[in-house]
Design a protein around this ligand. Structure first.
Ligand SMILES: [Fe+2]
Ligand SMILES: [Fe+2]
Length: 293
């Protein structure tokens, strides 16, 4: 018999070997919630973790990040990009590492790690690009949420591979998209699973809201703009995906089934004209792939 949603999600709460996020994430979150934090104290806090500083400077100076000036210290990064951007960058880098390590441990499930990250990195870069070009939503929030939007899928595949395999088999037997099959087979879908872990790890509210609503955006909800941007980017990358994995070229056929109605309403022009502007984003995605993978 199909489990109830509560029973289903409870199993995730009982996982014993759940990795913890690095201390730096909790520390940066706490510092950003503290009104007494200054650029200096934030920089000093981050600098205790030299690996993250190195990665952060590499990321902010990378071509896909799109900064004109070169940043060489954490303090400069905090001044130029602001506190919140720093938090989102630290979150992106640390969570990516933790999840990527988790996947390395189990290679026997039918979950294509490379495909998963290529999709997520594509959505992250495209979400940030759309936010920057339209002035709608916060670009760094869009980036981290794009990167982690499907983490529920990853957790399901890692901890409950039988459920994951049932979904993909149901999808391929019935010619369904992954999400449609998930709705038929499981009591809760990957956005809810992702939300569960965001809460468990005590990550900031934008991640919780956007991950939860990335396939069904709630009008009036917090971070609505970022949610429809991530949904739009997800739909475009999903439409582009089959070819993206083979030769990185945009096929030009948009699959409208991927998009939420609010995203279609707001970003229809972007969706309709993607084949024309997407080539500008391709090199940025390539750079990000080279950086992360
Ligand atoms: Fe998703
Ligand atoms: Fe996705």
């Amino acid at each position: 018999m199909k489990k109830t949603k509560v029973e289903f999600l409870k199993r995730f709460g009982k996982i014993r070997d759940l990795p913890s996020l690095p201390v730096i994430v909790t520390k940066v979150n706490a510092m950003l919630n503290d009104p007494n934090t200054t650029n200096d104290s934030l920089s000093r806090g981050i600098e205790k973790d030299q690996a993250i500083v190195f990665k952060m400077l590499q990321l902010v100076n990378s071509a896909f990040f799109g900064l004109r000036e070169k940043i060489s210290t954490t303090n400069e990064a905090a001044i130029i990009l602001g506190f919140d951007a720093i938090r989102n960058i630290v979150l992106s880098l640390s969570t990516f590492n933790v999840l990527d390590h988790l996947l390395e441990k189990k290679s026997n499930i039918r979950f294509n790690v490379d495909r998963f990250w290529r999709h997520s990195i594509g959505v992250a870069v495209l979400s940030k690009y759309i936010a920057e070009q339209t002035g709608v939503g916060d670009p760094e929030k869009c980036f981290v949420c794009g990167l982690l939007h499907d983490m529920g899928k990853l957790m399901l595949a890692h901890y409950f591979p039988d459920d994951f395999i049932e979904v993909i088999e149901h999808a391929s037997e019935n010619g369904l998209m992954y999400l449609e099959a998930e709705k038929k087979v499981l009591p809760a879908c990957h956005p809810e699973v992702g939300y569960f872990f965001v809460k468990k790890w005590d990550l900031p509210p934008h991640l919780a809201n956007i991950i939860y609503s990335h396939h069904a955006v709630q009008p009036g909800a917090a971070f609505f703009d970022e949610s429809i941007i991530v949904n739009t980017a997800d739909g475009i990358i999903n439409s582009y995906h089959a070819d993206f994995l083979n030769n990185n070229k945009f096929p030009g056929n948009m699959n409208y089934a991927y998009f939420d109605t609010h995203a279609r309403k707001r970003f229809n022009v972007w969706i309709e004209t993607a084949a024309q502007w997407f080539p500008k984003v391709e090199p940025l995605i390539d750079d990000a792939l080279a950086f992360f993978l």
